[in-house]
Write a protein that binds this ligand. Structure first.
Ligand SMILES: Nc1nc2c(c(=O)[nH]1)N[C@H]1C(S)=C(S)[C@@H](COP(=O)(O)OP(=O)(O)OC[C@H]3O[C@@H](n4cnc5c(=O)[nH]c(N)nc54)[C@H](O)[C@@H]3O)O[C@H]1N2
Ligand SMILES: Nc1nc2c(c(=O)[nH]1)N[C@H]1C(S)=C(S)[C@@H](COP(=O)(O)OP(=O)(O)OC[C@H]3O[C@@H](n4cnc5c(=O)[nH]c(N)nc54)[C@H](O)[C@@H]3O)O[C@H]1N2
Ligand SMILES: [Mo]
Length: 684
C-alpha cells in the first residue's frame, strides 16, 4: 500500500537573505523531495533551483559520513576512516599540546555561514573563548556595508522589502536581486504593474539589470560619486524636502559644499557613464512619489565600500523618502534575537585575546607570529574557495607544522588539506532557530531526518571536545532546546521580540518579529538621532566626516594590469556551496569570464577560448564569454566554483587581503587584472 508523503517543515540554511520556509518529504529517514512552504508569509512557497536540490546535497554519494584521518600529503585528498573517539582524542590532544607549547592563541578557529541557524552557526564560540584561542573577526561579508550605512542612518533594520510594492521608483543598487534575493522580486513586480520604474545600478548587465527599465552600468567603486551627482541635481533643481532636512538631519550646509564638487559632468567621467543618464536618474528619483532603494552588498565590496554605502544611504533623506508609503531604503532586515551571549559566552574569553581578521587568513597562516598559528579549526566555511588571495591561504594550509581540523559535509578544497575531517550533520539533521537578513521573520526547525552515517551536529562536536578538555560551564551541556529557550528569555526585553507567538514558534511556523515595516518613521538610531550628512562619529575615528567621491583602486600591479575584475555570485551556486551537487554542477557548466568584445579583440581572444586572467597575486584559467554585458575595462567572473574543479584555481586567486575603509571587510570586487589567451605551454 502506498503511504502518503510525509512533509516536514524546515528552514533553508543557506547564506541568502531570503531564509525560505521549506517542506521536506521524508521516507524511511531519507529526504526524497523539497518544496517551498506555502504558509511562509514571506517566501510563500517559492524556492530556488538550489534548494530543490537539497535531497542530493544531503544524500549525495560524496557526503563524508565518518571521521577521516589524513594518509597522504596535504591537499592530496587521501584519507582513511577513523572512529569519532580516535578523531576527537587526537584533536583534543593537539589542542592541549599546541596550547602548552605555544600558548592557546596558536589555535585559530575559522568559521562562517555554511549553516545559518543561530545555535550551530555560533556553537564553537564558547569553546574557543574558554580555550583562549585567537578570536576570529567575522568580516568576510557585510561589515563595510553595515558600517557605512549606519554612519548615515543608524543601527537597526531598514525598510521592509514588501513596502516597495507601493513604490513608483525602485533603484536596485549593487544587488543581483533575481539571483541573490529572489523573493524581493514579486514586490518589485507588483510595483511595476502599478507603473513603477525599475533601475539597476551595476557594473555589468546581470540577470536583474536585463529585467530593468534602466541600467546604469557604472565603473566599479564609483557609487559615491554617482550618488553625489544625483544629490547635485536634486539640490540644484529644488527637489529636496527642506522641512525634513531642517528638522531631521545634520550637516546639510557642509554636504551642499561637498556636492558642489560633483556636478553630473564630473561624475560622468568618474563613473564612465553618460551625464544625461545621471540627470535622468536623479530626476526620476527626485520626482517620484515614493522612491525606494534596495542596496546590495556589491558597492561595499570595494576598498572605499564603507563610503560608497554611506553616501547611497543619504539619498532618501534629501527627498524624505521615509514619509511616503513605498519609499525608503533596504539594506539588512531581521537580526533579532541579537543577544546570543548565553551561547557565545564572550565572558569566557581571556581579556586581551588576539583577534585575527578572517579576510587575512592567508597572512595569518604564513606570517603571523607571537605565536604562529599551529592549529586551524575550520567549520561551516570553505576558505580555500571563499577567502581572498588563495595562493597565500594554500601556502599556509600546506605547512607541515600546521595541524588542520575541518568539519565538513563534503571533501572541499579546504577539507583536502585537513589532518582530521569531522563529518558534519546537515541542517535537515539538526534542530535550530533561524533569524535572517532579508525579512523580519524567525523560525524554529526540528530535525527532519536522523544524522546521515556517523555525522554529528556542530554543537555536539564542540560539547564532546569541551568534555575532553574538562570544560564544565553550563553552555557545554545545554541542548538546542535549552539554548533556544534561554536565548528567547534573554531577549525578552528587546522591542523586536515583543509579542513573539511562542506556541507558533515552537510548532515550527515562521513568526513575525516586532520590527516596524518603516523603522525610519520612528527616528534614526545615530548618535544625533538624525540623518547624519556630517558624521562626528566618523571624524572621531579619523574617517572623512562628509561623503566624497574619491576612489581607491587596487594599488597592486599598477599599469601592468589595465583591466578590473569583479567576482559576483553565480545564479546556481551559493558562495562555494552546491558545487557538490552533480546536477547543479552540470547546469553551471564551465567557469567563464565575461570580456567585452573590444577588449577581447585587442588581445586576440575568441568567444569560448580558454584564457588566463592574472595579476601579481595569482592567476586562473577560465573560458572567455565575449559579451557586451560588461564594460570595456571590466572582466566579470561569477562564482564561486570549487577551485579544484578548475585548471588554475578559483577567482580568489586574483583577490586581495587588503581591507576596506570601514568594517575591515574584503574588497572582493576591486581587482586589477590582465587577460590573455591561454598558451599551450601554460599550465598555471
Ligand atoms: N545565487 C546566489 N545567491 C546568493 C549568494 C550566491 O553566492 N549565489 N550569496 C549570498 C551572500 S553570502 C550574500 S552576502 C548576498 C550578496 O548579494 P548581492 O548584494 O546581490 O551580491 P554582491 O556580491 O554583493 O554583488 C551584487 C552586485 O554588485 C555588483 N557590484 C560589484 N561592484 C560594484 C560596485 O562597485 N558598485 C555597484 N553599484 N555594484 C557593484 C555586482 O556586479 C553584483 O551584480 O547574496 C546571497 N545570495
Ligand atoms: N571572490 C569572491 N569571494 C567571496 C565572495 C564573492 O562575492 N567573491 N563572497 C563572500 C561572501 S559574501 C561570503 S558570505 C563568504 C562565504 O563564505 P563561507 O560561509 O565559507 O561560504 P560557503 O561556500 O557557503 O561555505 C560554507 C561551507 O560550509 C559547509 N557547511 C554547510 N553546512 C554545514 C554544517 O552544518 N556544518 C559544517 N561543518 N559545515 C557546513 C558547506 O559544505 C560549505 O563547504 O564568501 C565570500 N567570498
Ligand atoms: Mo555574504
Amino acid at each position: 500500500m502506498e503511504r502518503p508523503p510525509m512533509w516536514k517543515r524546515a528552514v533553508c540554511t543557506k547564506d541568502c537573505p531570503d531564509t525560505c520556509g521549506l517542506l521536506v518529504n521524508v521516507e524511511d529517514g531519507v529526504v526524497i523531495g523539497v518544496k517551498g512552504d506555502p504558509d511562509h508569509p514571506y517566501t510563500n512557497g517559492f524556492i530556488c533551483r538550489k534548494a530543490k536540490s537539497f535531497p542530493a546535497h544531503v544524500h549525495g554519494d560524496a557526503r563524508i559520513t565518518t571521521p577521516l584521518k589524513r594518509t597522504g600529503p596535504k591537499g592530496s585528498g587521501q584519507f582513511a576512516p577513523v572512529s569519532w573517539d580516535e578523531a576527537l582524542s587526537e584533536v583534543a590532544d593537539r589542542m592541549q599540546s599546541v596550547a602548552a607549547e605555544n600558548g592557546p592563541e596558536a589555535i585559530l578557529p575559522y568559521s562562517y555561514a555554511g549553516h545559518m541557524g543561530i545555535i550551530h552557526r555560533n556553537a564553537g564560540h564558547a569553546f574557543f573563548n574558554k580555550l583562549g584561542a585567537s578570536a576570529l573577526d567575522y568580516t568576510i561579508c557585510g561589515p563595510a556595508a553595515t558600517a557605512g550605512f549606519q554612519a548615515s542612518l543608524g543601527k537597526g533594520p531598514s525598510t521592509e522589502i514588501q513596502q516597495a510594492a507601493q513604490s513608483d521608483f525602485i533603484v536596485i543598487w549593487g544587488s543581483n536581486t533575481l539571483t541573490t534575493n529572489v523573493h524581493a522580486w514579486p514586490h518589485f513586480k507588483q510595483a511595476r504593474k502599478n507603473g513603477a520604474t525599475l533601475v539597476v545600478i551595476d557594473p555589468y548587465r546581470n540577470r536583474t539589470a536585463k529585467a530593468a527599465d534602466m541600467h546604469v552600468m557604472l565603473r566599479p567603486g564609483t557609487d559615491a560619486a554617482l550618488a553625489l551627482a544625483m544629490m547635485h541635481v536634486l539640490i540644484h533643481e529644488d527637489m529636496v524636502d527642506v522641512d525634513f532636512i531642517a528638522a531631521r538631519t545634520v550637516g546639510f550646509e557642509e554636504l551642499k559644499d561637498k556636492v558642489a564638487e560633483y556636478p553630473p559632468s564630473r561624475a560622468a567621467d568618474i563613473c564612465g557613464i553618460e551625464e544625461d543618464l545621471i540627470i535622468e536618474l536623479a530626476r526620476g528619483y527626485g520626482k517620484a512619489n515614493a522612491p525606494y532603494i534596495r542596496t546590495g552588498w556589491g558597492p561595499a565590496r570595494q576598498l572605499r565600500g564603507g563610503m560608497a554605502m554611506r553616501t547611497i544611504a543619504l539619498l532618501p533623506a534629501l527627498v524624505n523618502a521615509f514619509a511616503k508609503p513605498g519609499g525608503g531604503i533596504t539594506r539588512s532586515l531581521g537580526g533579532a534575537p541579537s543577544n546570543l551571549d548565553c551561547l557565545k559566552r564572550p565572558d569566557l574569553r581571556p581579556a586581551g585575546t588576539r583577534v585575527v581578521n578572517m579576510v587575512e587568513l592567508g597572512n595569518a597562516l604564513t606570517s603571523l607570529d607571537n605565536p604562529r598559528i599551529h592549529l586551524l579549526y575550520v567549520y561551516q566555511s570553505n576558505p580555500v574557495a571563499v577567502a581572498p588571495q588563495s595562493k597565500k591561504v594554500l601556502e599556509g594550509l600546506a605547512r607541515d607544522d600546521l595541524f588542520t581540523v575541518v568539519q565538513e559535509l563534503y571533501l572541499t578544497d579546504t577539507a583536502r588539506y585537513a589532518d582530521i575531517i569531522l563529518p558534519g550533520a546537515s541542517f535537515l539533521e539538526m534542530a535550530d532557530i533561524y533569524r535572517c537578513y532579508g525579512h523580519n521573520y524567525i523560525q524554529i526547525a526540528e530535525p527532519a531526518i536522523p544524522p546521515v552515517g556517523e555525522c554529528r551536529s556542530t554543537l555536539s562536536v564542540f560539547q564532546d571536545l569541551a568534555a575532553r578538555l574538562g570544560f564544565n560551564d553550563e553552555v557545554f551541556s545545554m541542548t538546542e532546546a535549552d539554548l533556544i529557550e534561554r536565548i528567547l528569555d534573554d531577549n525578552r526585553d528587546s522591542p523586536f521580540m515583543r509579542g513573539i507567538d511562542l506556541p507558533a514558534l515552537k510548532a515550527g511556523r515562521a513568526v513575525r518579529l516586532n520590527i516596524p515595516a518603516n523603522p525610519y518613521a520612528h527616528g534614526f538610531n545615530t548618535p544625533s538621532g538624525k540623518v547624519e550628512f556630517y558624521s562626528q562619529a566618523m571624524a572621531d575615528q579619523g574617517l572623512p566626516p562628509l561623503p566624497d567621491g574619491e576612489i581607491w583602486r587596487d594599488p597592486e600591479g599598477g599599469d601592468a594590469y589595465p583591466l578590473e575584475c569583479i567576482t559576483p555570485p553565480h545564479h546556481l551556486l551559493l558562495n562555494s556551496a552546491f558545487n557538490e551537487v552533480d546536477a547543479i554542477r552540470e547546469s553551471v557548466g564551465v567557469a567563464a569570464v565575461m570580456i567585452h568584445p573590444r577588449t577581447a579583440e585587442a588581445r586576440g581572444i575568441a568567444d569560448g577560448a580558454q584564457v588566463r586572467v592574472f595579476n601579481d597575486r595569482g592567476s586562473c584559467v577560465l573560458q572567455a564569454h565575449v559579451t557586451e554585458d560588461t564594460r570595456e575595462e571590466l572582466l566579470v567572473a561569477e562564482g564561486l566554483h570549487w577551485p579544484g574543479l578548475l585548471p588554475g584555481g578559483g577567482a580568489n586567486q586574483l583577490t586581495s587581503q587588503r581591507i576596506t575603509d570601514m568594517g575591515n571587510t574584503c574588497a572582493f570586487h576591486c581587482n586589477r587584472v590582465e587577460v590573455e589567451p591561454l598558451k599551450q605551454s601554460q599550465d598555471n
